[in-house]
Design a protein around this ligand. Structure first.
Ligand SMILES: NC(=O)N[C@@H](CC(=O)O)C(=O)O
Ligand SMILES: [Zn+2]
Ligand SMILES: [Zn+2]
Length: 435
């Protein structure tokens, strides 16, 4: 029983949890509570539905030195998440039902969050032949989100066929929008005055925007669902806004780092800021904030991308792309969007829980806080000021661009089907296992 928390920032209520489900909600929720009900104080805390991350790299199988399903799941629980979509760019690639089931089962075994594997669009992410989309969808892993993330599905014919195929089981293609003929594999800095000055290979905004534009037209043509991963430019936002006004079934996510951080961070050539797509100018970040607040962008997704030291500690051009994000996502959104008055806590519940759950077709996870729904809950301390310490992360990796930053708002407790999975960053059971 959680007593006196501000549910969605819309009013103080009690929430009774029985057998992993929300059994009652409201001032008299305690009536009929079984004897020996455990009581938790929610005074001053905001209760949100468990957060859902549409875009997480867990690295297992293949790079268990950078992250495992278990370590990434712990980081997710510490960050307030109860479900994550695990990207397919593992080794082997998640392009078969077998690999998808393996990742799914590893998630079950770890038990901190629900791990939903994302299936690859193409075999081996090679962009040539469709992967086993139907078999992955019908597998025990129930895959609904497909992505070649890390690479763009460049071939329009393959993208069209993938969209047509997933329509039959209400799947969605999540696209890493990057035309490689405009932004090749070495492109690592937003193309503009800064990339010229720093002498870094440019990654122009138009390399993203042309793919977004093409894909929304393919979505319209096929009547299928396309999702734009890690939107990073104002031009992409304009295309998405237009497409939605036409009734095209396009959804989009933005990362905490593209919302808050800008290209100026690259001036010191610190590879911790190297990410795909690159950090953009302030005007782009501002357009992303506006689009998130007005609903043009549906969701915040972390793109948590752990890398070992040896892959990150290189000259900027040679370092791996990606940064950690699971444990800092909620504090960043709180600091940037809620403290400033641009979004309410119920907006946060939408962009970090119910909308991503709906996009991934997670069923019951998308119902928010309701009687009868699984007790997947996140208690947030909206006023807690803290300085991010990379050393305290549950992740196996340390490529954390937020280290040393002061943020306001923190996850107090995470609950998965009524079981506490994390409390103030400390993951349930972690003390013993860290001995
Ligand atoms: N975002 C990144 O910079 N890197 C991701 C791949 C991706 O999301 O494109 C990774 O797998 O490391
Ligand atoms: Zn990507
Ligand atoms: Zn990614």
């Amino acid at each position: 029983m959680i007593e006196g928390a501000d549910v969605l920032g819309q009013g103080v209520q009690h929430v009774l949890v029985v057998d992993g489900r929300v059994a009652a909600l409201g001032a008299d929720a305690a009536d009929g509570a079984p004897e020996r009900t455990q009581r938790m104080h929610g005074d001053g805390l905001v209760l949100l539905p468990g957060l859902v991350d549409l875009h997480t790299h867990l690295r297992e199988p293949g790079r268990e030195d950078a992250e495992t399903v278990e370590s990434g799941s712990r980081a997710a629980a510490a960050g307030g998440f109860t479900a994550v979509l695990a990207m397919a760019n593992t080794d082997p690639v998640t392009d078969t039902a077998e690999v998808a089931e393996r990742v799914h089962d590893l998630g079950r075994r770890a038990g901190y969050v629900d791990v939903h594997p994302v299936g690859a669009v193409s075999k081996g992410l090679a962009g040539e032949e469709l992967a086993e989309l139907g078999l992955m969808a019908r597998s025990r892993a129930r895959v609904r989100v497909f992505s070649d993330d890390g690479r763009c599905v460049q071939d329009a014919r393959l993208m069209r066929r993938a969209l047509e195929y997933v329509r039959s089981f209400d799947g969605v293609i999540s696209q890493h929008s990057q035309d490689p003929s405009l932004a090749g594999p070495t492109a690592c800095c937003h193309e503009g005055e800064l990339s010229g000055r720093l002498g870094l290979p440019g990654w122009p905004a138009v390399a993203e925007e042309t793919v977004v534009a093409r894909d929304v037209m393919l979505a319209r043509h096929t009547g299928s669902r396309v999702h734009v991963a890690h939107v990073s430019t104002a031009g992409s936002v304009e295309v998405i806004r237009w497409a939605r006004a036409q009734g095209i079934d396009v959804t989009a996510e933005v990362t905490p780092h593209h919302l808050m951080l800008t290209e100026e961070h690259l001036a010191g050539y610190d590879p911790v800021y190297k990410v795909n797509p690159p950090l953009r100018p302030t005007e782009d970040a501002e357009a992303l904030r506006e689009a998130l607040a007005d609903g043009t962008i549906d969701a915040v997704a972390t793109d948590h991308a752990p890398h070992v030291r040896q892959d990150k500690e290189h000259a900027f051009v040679d370092a791996a792309f990606g940064m950690l994000g699971l444990e800092t996502a909620l504090p960043v959104v709180s600091t940037l969007m809620v403290r400033t008055g641009r979004m309410s806590w119920s907006d946060v519940a939408r962009v970090m829980s119910t909308a991503p759950a709906r996009i991934a077709r997670l069923g019951t996870q998308g119902h928010g806080i309701a009687v009868g729904a699984p007790a997947n809950l996140t208690l947030v301390d909206p006023a807690r000021e803290h300085t991010v310490d990379a050393a305290l992360s549950q992740s196996l990796s340390r490529n954390n661009p937020w280290h040393g930053r002061e943020l306001v708002g923190a996850v107090h407790l995470t609950m998965l089907r009524g079981r506490v999975t994390a409390r103030e960053g400390l993951v349930w059971g972690a003390e013993e296992e860290n001995e």
